[in-house]
Each structure stands twice: as structure tokens, then as C-alpha cells.
Design a protein around this ligand. Structure first.
Ligand SMILES: C[S@@+](CC[C@H](N)C(=O)[O-])C[C@H]1O[C@@H](n2cnc3c(N)ncnc32)[C@H](O)[C@@H]1O
Length: 323
């Protein structure tokens, strides 16, 4: 964990203006659920700082713990949030362990936001190695200080684990692609996006479409960053760090992530959640941990998706801890 209030010198040649970094998705909707009271808010995926900016700008009594695994994101967020520097603390860490941050140990959270997945900056900049555009090196790490990169993972992962990860991430033809990866790596290591696209096209026996490449690269990215593990561990840990009445907002871009958020929020709203089965108590006598605020997931309106197509798959869900 690295924590700092200082402005950093940035990431050299890859520094981008904070407002070009990422357009925040479902901003109004997220704020309408999230900000109710003064206090400490966790932005567990601060990215370019768009959502955190709105929290600080709209709520003078709010402070933000701004967390991201990515140093380039934290640099951009520092710049964007400089107007409220005395109300924000930055931490390079996974949101999975954010509840262990000293600030959260001191004070329970008034609210928490996870805007999952990757930022436009990560996707669009070739040096980050998330893109399937030609010639990009295969990296895909949000935290570039922690191995393995995507190329390392493709070099080492056992075939079964690879197939499972591709299936879980909804990549096309997961078993056949995993087998082909293992065959190819015996003679030549994976280095660039072209190598992985070539494997996919060999399996499909035709040129791969944009959506097929996107699904393969997304599945690999989810595995390389252990995104499902972080979400599965992070959700209950962050819930426990909320103060009574605190709100938890999750925005997902992949159906697997959305299903995890949906199930967690639903389970925590069930009065018998966490109790051993067949206890001699009536559900009506039990209090749930909280309640779901969004009966259905909130999606981006056409006005937003026209301007920002990356908002199209977004699903927002909100949950409030019992007071
Ligand atoms: C969709 S972007 C967030 C954009 C942000 N809400 C904004 O308005 O600019 C997702 C960000 O979450 C970060 N991220 C993803 N998983 C993470 C994790 N487990 N812990 C911390 N940051 C994570 C990524 O590095 C990325 O910067």
C-alpha cells in the first residue's frame, strides 16, 4: 500500500490531461444514490477522478479516500482533484484491502463506490498493453509493479486454468483457444496483441471480429488482474466498513461482475443471510444487514451512450446498510 497527499511528478511521457483520462459513467445516477451525508467516502476505483470530483464538488462536508492500483490513474486523479486537496487522500492499493487503510480504521465510511473494469486511458494507450490494436505489447496490468503481465501469464498458465479463465471471462471458443496458446508457446513466446489475435483467428479459421477480439482480451485482462477475486473479497470487506445507513454503489461493465454485485447486494438484504440453515427463528424476527436501493440495474440513457459508447454495458446497483 502506498499512501500520499503529495502531488506527484507524474508518469513522464505518458502523462495525460486529467479530463482526457476517462469520462465518468452514470455520474448523476451514482451521485444521487451515493451522497446523502457528510463524511468519508471510499472511491475504490478512482481512475481519472471523475466520480470523486463530483463527490468533493457537490458535498463540502465530504472527504474521499481515492484508491486505485494504477499509478497513472492516481497521477491524473491528483491533478483533477487538486481543488479539494485538503479533503482527499490517495492510496495505491487494491480496493480489496482498502478497508485496512488507516483512515477507514479510524472512521467508518459514509459511502463507497466501485466503478469496475478499466479506464479509457488504460484501454486507449498502447503502452499499457490492454488493446488488441496491432503491435501492442501484451501487458494488461493495472498495477504495473506486480507480475505477471499478460505475456507472462500466457507463457506459464496451465492449459486447464487458461481454459477456465477464458470461459469465465466469456471469451470465444475458450478450450480451443487455450489449447492453441499452449501449442504455440512451446515454440514462440507471446509478446504482442498480434500473437494472441493470430491464435484466435487460427481457431476460428477466419478473421476475428471486433467483438470476438474484445471478449478474448477482456477475459485475459480479468484473469491477469484477478478482478473476480478482488471483487469477491472486496465487497463484504467494504460493506463491513460502512457506517449504519452508508450506501454502496457498484458499476459493472461485464455480466460476470454484475452478477457478483447483484448476488451480494441481494444476499445482504436477506434477513437470514449468514445464519446456519434450519435455525429455530422466523425470518420476520430477523433484521437484514441492509436493503437494495435499485430494484433493477440502472443503465446509461441514450444521451450518454451516444457521447460515450463505453457507457453502453454499464450496470449500476446500489445498496444501503441498515441504520
Ligand atoms: C472504470 S475506471 C474508473 C473511472 C473513474 N470512476 C472516473 O470517473 O474516472 C476503473 C479504474 O479502477 C481501477 N481498478 C480496477 N480494479 C481495481 C482494484 N481491484 N483496486 C483498485 N483499483 C482498481 C482501474 O485501474 C481503473 O483506473
Amino acid at each position: 500500500m502506498t499512501t500520499s497527499r503529495r502531488r506527484s511528478s507524474g508518469s513522464g511521457e505518458h502523462r495525460v490531461p486529467a479530463h482526457d483520462f476517462h469520462a465518468p459513467v452514470l455520474l448523476e445516477q451514482a451521485m444521487s444514490y451515493l451522497i446523502e451525508r457528510d463524511g468519508l467516502y471510499l472511491d475504490g476505483t478512482v481512475g481519472g477522478g471523475g466520480h470523486a470530483e463530483a463527490i468533493l464538488a457537490r458535498c463540502p462536508g465530504c472527504r474521499v479516500l481515492a484508491v486505485d492500483r494504477d499509478t497513472e490513474a492516481l497521477d491524473a486523479a491528483r491533478e483533477r482533484l487538486s481543488f479539494g486537496a485538503d479533503r482527499v487522500v490517495f492510496a495505491r492499493m487494491s480496493f480489496r484491502v482498502a478497508p485496512r487503510h488507516p483512515l477507514v480504521r479510524e472512521e467508518k465510511l459514509a459511502g463507497a463506490l466501485l466503478d469496475l473494469g478499466v479506464s479509457s486511458h488504460q484501454l486507449d494507450h498502447r503502452h499499457r498493453g490492454f488493446t488488441f490494436r496491432r503491435g501492442a505489447r501484451l501487458d494488461m496490468r493495472m498495477d504495473q509493479s506486480t507480475p505477471p503481465s499478460a505475456a507472462d501469464y500466457l507463457a506459464e498458465a496451465p492449459r486447464d486454468a487458461l481454459a477456465r479463465a477464458l470461459r469465465e471471462g466469456q471469451a470465444p471458443r475458450p478450450a480451443a483457444v487455450a489449447a492453441r496458446i499452449v501449442r504455440r508457446r512451446a515454440s514462440r513466446p507471446f509478446a504482442t496483441s498480434d500473437d494472441l489475435v493470430a491464435v484466435l483467428e487460427a481457431v476460428l479459421r477466419r478473421r476475428a471480429g471486433h467483438a470476438e477480439k474484445a471478449r478474448l482480451f477482456q477475459a485475459l485482462r480479468i484473469r491477469v488482474n484477478d478482478e473476480i477475486g478482488a471483487l469477491t473479497d472486496g465487497l463484504p470487506a467494504i460493506r463491513d466498513a460502512l457506517r449504519p445507513g452508508g450506501v454502496f454503489v457498484g458499476i459493472s461493465y461485464h455480466s460476470v461482475e454484475d452478477a457478483i454485485v447483484k448476488r451480494a447486494f441481494r444476499d445482504w438484504s436477506d434477513p437470514s443471510h449468514g445464519l446456519p440453515p434450519r435455525l429455530p427463528v422466523r425470518a420476520a424476527d430477523l433484521e437484514p444487514l441492509g436493503r437494495v436501493l435499485t430494484k433493477k440495474p440502472v443503465t446509461a440513457p441514450p444521451g450518454e451512450t451516444e457521447v460515450n459508447p463505453r457507457a453502453r454495458p454499464a450496470r449500476l446497483r446500489a445498496w444501503r446498510k441498515a441504520a
